[in-house]
Write a protein that binds this ligand. Structure first.
Ligand SMILES: [Zn+2]
Length: 389
């Protein structure tokens, strides 16, 4: 789905256009969740860094550079633990004095994680982050009835902020309670009742408006665009209408969530509704690829990459999660070299790189939406990669 620059999106956008042509960038991903008393992520890191170090020539300047880089990476892993982050991504290149750690804490109930890996190349390995960003459960959850409203900010599947609003009820006067004749205007009983009804309505409108305004304010500051709205049959329609009226750019998903439920239950139902919506978007993207209407669909990794290298147009990159392919890519311009060891376009050096990462970098650098799709047979038959422009 289309997302704004939240933390992880911002990180991807920042790194997507970088190229490290004279010294490789090391991309490290660690899942730091403990398993028993050990942290398999740290064991993995130690092993991988030693393996890398051994692969470099003894006494070379590259080895000296890497040893210093290694120390920095290990310090960042220690810092992640101190910060109680359970996922860590690091992008570092020693020669260019480039070091970008990224700490993430995913909820313990969430099955999301970044698989451990250490990758070196001329491009940051952004694929795992893009995949995570697509699955991340970031949304606002608004639950209300006529009396009470609650707003939750859900980030990476956890409630990170909450806010409550109680409806101010119309204070009934004695006369109103009795439903008496209005002496001042001389109105009859029915008109009077109508006016009281009007007061009540004004209070309700104000209450819905304040819920909608708070939702809009949070959406703006957090960059979150999905709102799950849980409300009963009476307050649901006016609430949704007001949220939509004030926040036309947000995607509003109604869900059967009662305000009287426990917070944990509300969150669980909200997450379920969010996932269902995300899945629907994935399916819709695949369908758009096959029935693009006025747009254009390009299939195949090489075709998509070559289009993205030149195009500046916005669009959607649709990737089968299972797609993986290595190719000889130019370090300078990403052109694919089918034979020989230099770039057919700019004569730059070529390197073996994961095509899926190249696609993610190209798409993110051009601000394209990236949608990951699971188990789509039609897309798999077309090579697992589609580009909708
Ligand atoms: Zn080139």
């Amino acid at each position: 789905m289309k997302k704004m620059k939240t933390g992880i999106q911002g990180k991807i956008a920042k790194l997507a256009s970088l190229r490290f042509t004279d010294y490789p960038v090391t991309s490290v991903f660690l899942n730091l969740r403990p398993s028993g008393t050990r942290r398999p992520g740290l064991v993995f890191l130690k092993k991988e860094l030693s393996r890398l170090e051994k692969s470099l020539f003894p006494n070379s300047s590259e080895l000296a550079n890497f040893s210093a880089e290694r120390a920095k990476i290990e310090r960042a892993a220690a810092e992640a633990q101190a910060r109680k982050a359970n996922q860590l991504a690091i992008f570092s290149s020693f020669r260019q004095e480039f070091f970008e750690p990224f700490f993430l804490t995913l909820s313990s109930e969430s099955d999301l994680r970044i698989p451990n890996s250490v990758v070196r190349g001329s491009r940051p390995y952004l694929y795992p982050l893009a995949l995570l960003a697509d699955r991340l459960e970031n949304f606002l959850l608004l639950v209300a009835d006529l009396r009470n409203g609650e707003l939750f900010k859900v980030e990476t599947g956890r409630i990170t902020e909450s806010w409550k609003k109680e409806a101010v009820l119309h204070p009934e006067t004695r006369r109103e309670k009795q439903g008496a004749f209005d002496r001042r205007t001389g109105n009859t009983h029915t008109t009077f009742t109508k006016r009281v009804e009007g007061h009540r309505q004004a209070h309700a409108d104000k209450y819905f408006r304040s819920l909608a305004e708070k939702t809009g304010a949070w959406a703006q500051t957090s960059g979150i665009r999905s709102i799950i709205v849980g409300a009963d049959a009476v307050s649901g329609p006016p609430l949704k209408e007001e949220v939509a009226r004030l926040n036309s750019h947000l995607s509003i998903v109604p869900a059967p969530i009662d305000v009287k439920l426990s917070e944990a239950k509300k969150l669980a139902l909200g997450v379920a509704a969010f996932r269902k919506k995300e899945q629907a978007i994935s399916l819709q993207r695949v369908e758009e690829l096959f029935f693009p209407g006025r747009r254009q669909a390009i299939f195949g990794a090489a075709e998509a990459a070559s289009f993205l290298r030149q195009a500046q147009r916005a669009g959607v990159l649709v990737l089968d999660e299972a797609f993986h392919k290595e190719a000889q890519l130019c370090v300078h311009c990403s052109a694919m070299a089918f034979q020989g060891c230099s770039c057919p376009v700019c004569s730059g050096p070529v390197q073996t790189a994961a095509l899926e990462n190249e696609l993610v970098c190209l798409a993110a650098a051009r601000n394209l939406e990236i949608e990951f799709v699971k188990d789509s047979e039609p897309l798999a038959r077309k090579g697992g990669v589609g580009l909708l422009i």
